[in-house]
Design a protein around this ligand. Structure first.
Ligand code: SF4
Length: 245
């Protein structure tokens, strides 16, 4: 029987062989994303690595991007949000709007993450992300391969890996780690929205830690649910109206 690791390797290899530079790994440099980069780099062919530069990243994130270059020879392609959309959002709601409500936080994630990534993905035939089912309840039924509405393939080669498997792979292959793991972080995002976790806390407890009961998701992989989605839509329409006024 094929192991979970062999299946992940097959998925990444198949995508690189089939799609070439129309395939990319999209990562925020969590342990999982770094495992994908390591697997892909072992193929010996050029592999693209994309990441979002939201404008609010901790400086340690650029350190790990440099480590990817020195270790694997891969120059990370950073994706920036539209300056006019960020300016309009900050003008209306302030630079730290995410602390005021879940909808404002999701608006910030839409402007700084979701919209720029969606735009860049349009040039790809397939991409891979480091999602695992065990990370949150919302991720409990993600598949290894999903066809998106416009035909692009989204791969989650580590979907059924445990965190222990990810750590084990990282140790065996000396995969570079984001420096903030050494300071108690278990999941890493933008600087103002991420903190270290205490022993026993959930893996993503340090993300948007001030929110009570909201999904620990930014909208990249899962849409906001129900009421939050409508609120975000309204806020986003206001921002876009400002941009086009
Ligand atoms: S994680 Fe925080 S700063 Fe980053 S895009 Fe989302 S709300 Fe904005």
């Amino acid at each position: 029987m094929i192991t979970l690791e062999a299946r992940a390797v097959d998925l990444i290899h198949g995508a690189v062989e089939t799609y070439g530079d129309r395939f990319a790994i999209v990562t925020g440099f969590q342990l999982e994303g770094m495992v994908l980069v390591d697997i892909a780099a072992r193929i010996g062919k050029a592999v693209r690595v994309l990441s979002l530069d939201t404008g609010r990243l901790p400086h340690e994130t650029f350190t790990i991007a440099q480590l990817i270059k020195s270790r694997y020879g891969i120059e990370v392609e950073f994706i920036a949000p539209a300056v006019e959309e960020v300016d309009a959002m900050v003008e209306r709601y302030g630079v730290d709007l995410f602390y005021s409500s879940v909808a404002h936080r999701m608006l910030c994630c839409q402007v700084r993450k979701v919209r720029p990534l969606e735009k860049r993905l349009q040039s790809l035939a397939a991409y891979a992300v480091g999602l695992r089912r065990g990370q949150t309840e919302a991720r409990g039924d993600i598949g290894h391969m999903t066809e998106e509405p416009d035909g692009r393939l989204k791969l989650a080669p580590l979907a059924d890996w445990t965190r222990e498997m990810v750590v084990d792979y990282s140790v065996r292959h000396h995969v570079p780690q984001h420096p903030l793991y050494a300071r108690g972080y278990a999941s890493i995002g933008c600087g103002p929205c991420t903190r270290a976790v205490q022993p026993g806390e959930a893996e993503r407890a340090g993300r948007w830690w001030w929110e009570d009961g909201a999904q620990k998701e930014c909208g990249l992989h899962f849409s906001p649910d129900g009421r939050a989605e409508r609120q975000v839509d309204v806020l986003l329409r206001e921002i876009l109206a400002d941009v086009h006024a």
